[in-house]
Design a protein around this ligand. Structure first.
Ligand code: PLP
Length: 411
């Protein structure tokens, strides 16, 4: 074995042991320590090159080492001002706000440090809007199979018992409807209902897009009952479905929109945005964040949004999504006994495997034997959420590597 690989393995093993010793164990991590990255490739500490089809769970939309983003980030560091608090204005935050509002068609923005915090803010707008109308203790309808984050508020609207139950009691007044089933939503609406929250496209839950009919129907229910409609686009927004925001495909606009992940391309920043009746529900003193919207993360978000617009990243994702769809359809046809469904659009697609196939083995073999980074989702599904800047050749390379893994599983 060549010297670099041996040295890399030694460093890798040492770091694995240390990580195991120090980290609070809420994750089962794969035994690889990553070190640097470029484009759509990530390298481990032994300089082994991996093709990335996970983008850090749908985060690194522009891949790794984008020139403009790097330049802007370095220049903000050179200015010396990384943080100033929300007691003052800063120009990068104003720039990022202007661009995000223009692209999202919303009216107001609040920058957060993560997706979960964006959800917290969205839920607070919903409660506050109803409270302002004299409706105290208003209820929220959320969806089965949803994922909105791990804080107590976000968990409360996450439609998976195994995530929620160990931490109950959570925030009260939440009821769960069936995703894409309008009648199940209607059945839950009563005089206490104040809001409906849903992912425009369920990611973690197994790659399920909302139907146009469902989104339009939910919007109608909210209009008729004066409810706040919250779309969580933390995973599916920012170009991934081929539209800047997934709801724009159908023109069904929410009252509150949550965004994070690809907004910072790896720098932790999220946002909740409000439009119309939701845009002045909260008052000064109702909500805050020490770090949220600091000049450093907002300079990055602003540059990310520039690249999205100038390079038409959503358009590229749509085009690459067609190639990815064809490639994954071919894989499904080749292994009818292993794969039962192929879902998704743009660069958020999933292959669902038969119940007796261990998806975690496929993901692990892809990583360790084929240097292909994949991630799983619920419903025995592998989710394909690559950087949005992938090209056709990367789709082909992914397909070959995946086939190599599946051939081995079949043998
Ligand atoms: N909402 C959705 C749809 C998500 O996919 C996630 C994370 O995967 C979150 C919320 C939580 O975001 P974060 O992990 O940035 O707090």
């Amino acid at each position: 074995m060549d010297d670099t690989i041996v040295k890399g393995n030694v460093v890798n093993d040492r770091l694995l042991k240390e990580g195991e010793k120090y980290f609070y164990k809420t994750y089962n991590r794969f035994p690889v320590v990553f070190d640097h990255a470029d484009g759509v490739y990530i390298y481990d500490v032994g300089d082994k090159k991996y093709l990335d089809f996970g983008a850090g769970i749908s985060v690194c939309g522009l891949g790794y080492g984008n020139d403009l983003v790097n330049r802007v980030m370095k220049s903000q560091i050179d200015k010396g001002l990384l943080h100033i608090s929300n007691l003052f204005y800063n120009e990068p935050a104003i720039d990022a706000a202007e661009k995000l509002i223009a692209l999202s068609q919303m009216d107001k923005v609040f920058f957060t440090n993560s997706g979960t915090e964006a959800i917290e803010g969205a839920l607070k707008i919903a409660r506050r809007y109803n409270y302002n109308k004299g409706k105290k203790n208003s209820e929220i309808i959320a969806m089965q199979g949803s994922f909105h984050g791990r804080s107590m508020g976000a968990l409360s609207v996450t439609g998976k018992d195994h995530y929620r139950e160990p931490f109950e009691p959570l925030v009260g007044g939440v009821r769960f409807a069936t995703y894409n089933d309008l009648d199940s939503v209607k059945a839950l609406v009563n005089e206490n209902t104040g809001a409906i929250i849903l992912e425009t496209f369920q990611g973690e839950g197994g790659i399920y897009p909302a139907t146009e009919e469902f989104l339009k129907g939910v919007r109608k229910i909210c209009d008729e009952n004066d409810l706040i409609l919250i779309f969580d686009e933390i995973q599916c927004g920012m170009g991934r479905t081929g539209y800047m925001f997934a709801w724009q495909e159908f023109g069904v606009k929410p009252d509150v929109l949550t965004v994070a992940k690809a907004l910072g391309n790896g720098v932790p920043v999220g946002a909740f945005l409000a439009s119309g009746k939701a845009s002045d529900a909260m008052k000064p003193g109702d909500h805050g964040s020490t770090y949220g919207g600091n000049p450093f993360v907002c300079a990055v978000a602003s540059a990310v949004l520039d690249v999205f617009k100038e390079a038409d990243i959503p358009g590229h994702a749509k085009e690459m999504g067609v190639h990815l769809f064809k490639a994954l359809d071919e894989v499904m046809e080749k292994y009818p006994e292993l794969i039962v469904d192929h879902r998704g659009k743009g660069l958020i697609q999933g292959l669902e495997f038969a119940a007796d196939v261990k998806v975690s083995d496929i993901v692990s073999k892809a990583l360790l034997e084929q240097q292909l980074i994949l991630i799983s989702a619920e419903h025995n599904t592998i989710r394909f959420v690559p950087p949005l800047v992938i090209e056709r050749e990367h789709v082909e390379a992914m397909k070959e590597r995946l086939i190599a893994v599946l051939d081995e599983m079949k043998a």
